[in-house]
Design a protein around this ligand. Sequence first.
Ligand code: FMN
Ligand code: ADP
Length: 328
Amino acid sequence: MNTKMGRTLQYETLKSANYAADCPVHLAIGMFDGLHRGHQLVIESAKKAASASGGVCGALTFWPHPSRLFRPDDPARMILNPELKRLELAKLGLDFIVEEPFTREFAAIEAAQFLAHLKSEVPSLSSVHAGENWRFGKGRTGDMTELQRQGETTGVDVNAVPCLDSGSERVSSTRIRNLLTTGNLCEANELLGYHYYSIGTVTQGKRMGRTIDAPTLNLPFEGDLKPAYGVYAVSVSDVSLGHEYKAVANFGLRPTVEMTNKPLLEAYLLEKCPFDYGHRLKVVWHAFLRQEQKFAGVDELKRQIAKDVEEAKAFFGRSDLGREGGAS
Ligand SMILES: Cc1cc2nc3c(=O)[nH]c(=O)nc-3n(C[C@H](O)[C@H](O)[C@H](O)COP(=O)(O)O)c2cc1C
Ligand SMILES: Nc1ncnc2c1ncn2[C@@H]1O[C@H](COP(=O)(O)OP(=O)(O)O)[C@@H](O)[C@H]1O
């Protein structure tokens, strides 16, 4: 089965990527969690190869993350859930995306057989592209030097894309996860190459926000990796419409008024709010302002929220978003 996002086709398995038998296929391969600037270079490499040869380019990515299989008690938390990863991949102008199920069977493919396996699934495979440190095959024993050796015998061009560094450290999904969970949002955004964002549907809360002059759009958090609990300058838009509204949001468990077990993202718009319960919204996270706190009472919380609002306004005043008069 395949579906379409813009011009990008989506396949559930590599085998079902049914391009014409004689059409050269160029594949970027990886987990691509976060689709950060390093990942974007790998995708670029596949796109360039495709435009040079007249073939098609696709991304072969996997779900779930291998750690779900091998370390179920402590899996890596994903920056992008499958919905967001699909959205980000589709923006990169690929012809197709494959979200191959990462099963025990797939994990058991011997490293020495890896490229032959891909070629048997896609006979017109012309080139593969992955980061120079990418590892594959049973026990992750295969590396890019090994893949290049296999490329010589299978007639597939293998491109090891040099890892991207930032501040003398490699750009990686793990590094970005750590930055997000420690409140270093600006650096995370820099490494991602776009602003971290989340999507959620507005639900009803305790209807207390309006009584403390800060009505909020309550958005249960749908992500896997949880950024640091705290207050953020964000912008909010309808998922399918463009205009972004500047806002200040709290992400956390609301210890002052209740202690929820699931984190909530609550956004107070700094301008007139056109949204209501049931709206599906995109929230772009721009800056971390402070950690979430347990206040002695609602009055103290209310005073702090007023300061947060001022700080968010000051942030937007300094940022490009403020100068453009919008957040798009
Ligand atoms: C800018 C902002 C900052 C907030 N900071 C905190 C906080 O530090 N601690 C906390 O317990 N709740 C915090 N909250 C959440 C409030 O407790 C919550 O929005 C309020 O109780 C209204 O809840 P309701 O939407 O269920 O009516 C914050 C909310 C906003 C909008
Ligand atoms: N500036 C604003 N920012 C966010 N929501 C607003 C704003 N002005 C009005 N609203 C509306 O108020 C509602 C939230 O009010 P609130 O008292 O916090 O109730 P709840 O606890 O159900 O979220 C939002 O769903 C939204 O429709």
